[in-house]
Design a protein around this ligand. Structure first.
Ligand SMILES: [Fe+2]
Length: 319
């Protein structure tokens, strides 16, 4: 049994910020009551610091030329780097955002210290995000440091799910925003639970919603020789608020076949199968991100068209 250290937050140093529409979280309500007040964002794209300068998507340009494709921007935030010029231009234009964290181990109470939380609150003040979300895994090994950044999946045990739920509640209470954990990518998973069992447990214990990354789940299912939809019928899809779709590349190393989550626009049939199923059953779906930030706009057309096709038929976002 893992001991959970007591959470120490100085409430005077971390003032809750007002959310995009719903404001400070009402603790008397359950998540399924609170989710009603979350805004419907539609389809968006993700970005992270310096993405466009590195040859990636010109988000503002695409939003102007194809407004249906970029109704909001998911801003990847590493507090040590801050917001880049593209993110600042987006928020200066008053456009909607979500805050995707890239630097917190939610299952380590010490990682949500007052200094980091204060800076998160400052970024929230600038972004006015609809909610916070991000891969619920290990973003750094050892202390948070620029040289330690990585992304590993969580240990899939009940103890780890309990610790993660504590972190989610703490971040939600400190910021006043919903915190949606995302199933992270990975090639090696440790623990006695399946990925879906683990996140169902996290959502239940934290009483939160979820960001389901369809590509990450497809990689996990493939790795374990499971069909893409296995276990999804038992997953609480009514808690899924946001979906991610991205392309990957099949690779092989020393006889080990794996799928690289490299965010190309070549979305696999397995990822689309998960997406189609989730859209059909996620009755509280508010947002879909096509993670195509490393590509040029022309290469993203087919992916956006395929997203729109499913959303038009089965989507709850327009109902
Ligand atoms: Fe993702």
């Amino acid at each position: 049994m893992i001991e959970i250290a007591p959470v120490v937050v100085n409430p005077l140093r971390v003032r809750p910020v007002v959310g995009y529409q719903s404001g400070v979280i009402d603790r008397r309500q359950s998540f399924l009551e609170r989710v009603v007040a979350l805004p419907r964002l539609g389809v968006g794209v993700s970005t992270e610091y310096g993405a466009q300068l590195a040859g990636g998507l010109d988000v503002m340009d695409l939003a102007e030329s194809a407004p249906d494709h970029v109704q909001f921007l998911e801003v990847g935030v590493e507090i040590a780097k801050g917001l880049d010029a593209d993110a600042l231009a987006w928020i200066d234009a008053g456009r909607p955002t979500t805050y995707h964290f890239l630097d917190v181990n939610l299952d380590e109470p010490d990682d949500l210290g007052p200094d980091w939380l204060r800076e998160v609150a400052e970024v929230c003040r600038q972004l006015k995000p609809a909610w916070l979300c991000g891969d619920a895994g290990m973003w750094h090994f050892g202390p948070r440091d620029r040289n330690h950044m990585l992304l590993l999946p969580p240990i899939l045990t009940r103890e780890s799910a309990t610790d993660m739920a504590v972190g989610i509640r703490r971040l939600r209470d400190a910021t006043g925003y919903e915190v949606l954990p995302e199933n992270p990518p990975g090639q090696v998973f440790i623990g006695d639970m399946t990925l879906l069992e683990f996140f169902a447990e996290v959502c239940e214990r934290a009483d939160t919603g979820m960001l389901l990354d369809c590509a990450h789940l497809a990689i996990y299912q493939h790795l374990h020789g499971r069909s893409p939809l296995e276990g999804l019928d038992r997953f609480p899809l009514e808690r899924v608020v946001e979906l991610h779709v991205a392309g990957g590349t099949h690779r092989e190393h020393d006889g080990f076949a794996w799928i690289d989550d490299d965010h190309t626009t070549a979305v696999s049939a397995e990822t689309w199968a998960i997406f189609d199923f989730a859209v059909k059953h996620a009755t509280n779906l508010k947002a879909v991100v096509f993670e195509c930030e490393r590509n040029q706009a022309a290469a993203t057309e087919a992916g956006f068209a395929r997203l729109a096709e499913t959303l038009a038929v089965d989507g709850h976002m327009h109902s």
